[in-house]
Design a protein around this ligand. Sequence first.
Ligand SMILES: Cc1ncc(C[n+]2csc(CCOP(=O)(O)OP(=O)(O)O)c2C)c(N)n1
Ligand SMILES: [Mg+2]
Length: 557
Amino acid sequence: MPVMTGKEALVRMLIAEGVEYIFGNPGTSETPMMDALQDFSHIKYIQALQEGTAVGMADGYARATGRPAFANIHIAGGLANGISALYNAYRGGTPVVLTAGNSDTRMLLSEPTLSGDLVEMTRQYTKWSHEIHHPADVPGAVRRAFKEARTPPTGPVFLSFPWDTMDEQADIDVTPGGPGYFRTRPDRDALAQASQLLAQAENPVIVVGDRIAQSGGMEQMIQVAERLGAKVFAASFSEVNFPTSHPLWSGMLNTSSPVTRRLLSGADVVLAVGANVFSSFLYVDVPLLDPESKLVHLDSASREVEKVYPTEVGLLADPATGLAELADALEQDMSAPAKEAAATRMAELAERRRRAQDEYRQRLQQRWDNSPIAVERMMHELAAAVPPGTIVADEAITSRPALMQEFDFDEPGSLYGIQGGALGWAMPGALGLKLAQPDRPVLAVVGDGASMYTVQALWTAATFNIPVVYAICNNRAYRILKVNMDIYLKRMLNDDERVSEYTGMDFANALDLAAVAQALGVASEKITDPAQIGPAARRMFDSGKPGLLDISIDGSL
Ligand SMILES: Cc1ncc(C[n+]2csc(CCOP(=O)(O)OP(=O)(O)O)c2C)c(N)n1
Ligand SMILES: [Mg+2]
């Protein structure tokens, strides 16, 4: 085996694993690796100005390629900045290989500056977290990190490289990991049982989650849903698991609201696929699933199956493969009257959907000329202006429902949203999406508050000319916090009298994102007239450069 330094082994392993980009923010503890990179032009270093931005870009890139992304940030102080984005990757199952340099192990006794137990810091938000202690371990550790990240359920991993493991030499064998074989099939008996139950259901309901999109299983999901004539709800979601213009699409469940129980009650069988059943934010004092409903759960994440609710049938399998087999089994098991009933349900749901859309159109018309701009109008103008094939990065927060009304997300990979809830994903995440899909336009729709957590992503967009168009929903508030304050007072405390002062939830000085963008090198326009949105968006998409629309919208409750 050739003798080489740990830092050379690291870079050679990254090339062997197919890494194109390093998303990073360096410090002195990364010096050996940064030095080694200079000798290899295969890998581009995308410089971020804050660690959350580096990890956010890696997240977007990994999600849009379906492959692990590599990020490198700086020892304890920098790593702490990146943990918010790491948390999102962990909750959403993004395969990010996060790394950081650490102090030379020969000086640990003195508790060096910026040093810390990096493995301990990241353990709870990673599938695997490890510090390398010998240069010969570099290839094995990198191989294992990539393998862990890409094995479903996918997720982030962390590796720490102490300085001396980078500079010392060893006999090193640079061999990348194998492709992995993840199309696991469901247990045969469980599949038969699930199919029997669903074939006889009179009011089946489906709940979809992101592990469908991650397995490339949307088409198979459509087949099962159509066969059953079942409403399809999304548990909290951030990818396209089901086409949003399909007649069976019934929107997202608000799992922080007791209303969800009403939406699901009456279902004799609930089929959950690739979803967490359920993960919510606010405490709800009723179980969201009616005890009368039988739960069938198909998932690649074993820990999510039978996690909270009693489960009639659990199917551990790759969602795409499991759904294809379930669709075949249903074709056999459903009687002719059951198939007819399913077709009738589907026709009724299509009619219900048309009515809901008519109501939405009326609301849009009523608010068409509002000043400040109604969020529905903002999204309407954007939807009309985006080029075909646009990918949307969503961190629109309370502007999201209007976004979902105005845009159809029917193709896999046309929408990626913040996952995990730690603000600051979309500003850098959209850059990762664009680097992964350079031929597709990318629009990031971001709340004014959310944009500020990683706003320095705009500098990276300008410096590396990554042409993402940002649309800021500038409502001069953390509006969601006000909405939730009202829910707290009225629903949770049953207090209709108390009037909140919404402390810390308004921006007394409106955030001037257009000025921030210009200061960081990104062209921008400030918009107060809705008729300007479309032309401005088109100009920005045509420019081939990053741009930002700072759109002033109505923030009232
Ligand atoms: C890192 C992080 N800090 C704070 C929060 C709490 N938080 C959740 S939503 C929100 C406000 C979002 O405001 P904005 O992006 O303007 O959207 P709006 O509610 O106005 O639609 C805040 C502060 C969080 N989720 N993550
Ligand atoms: Mg806001």
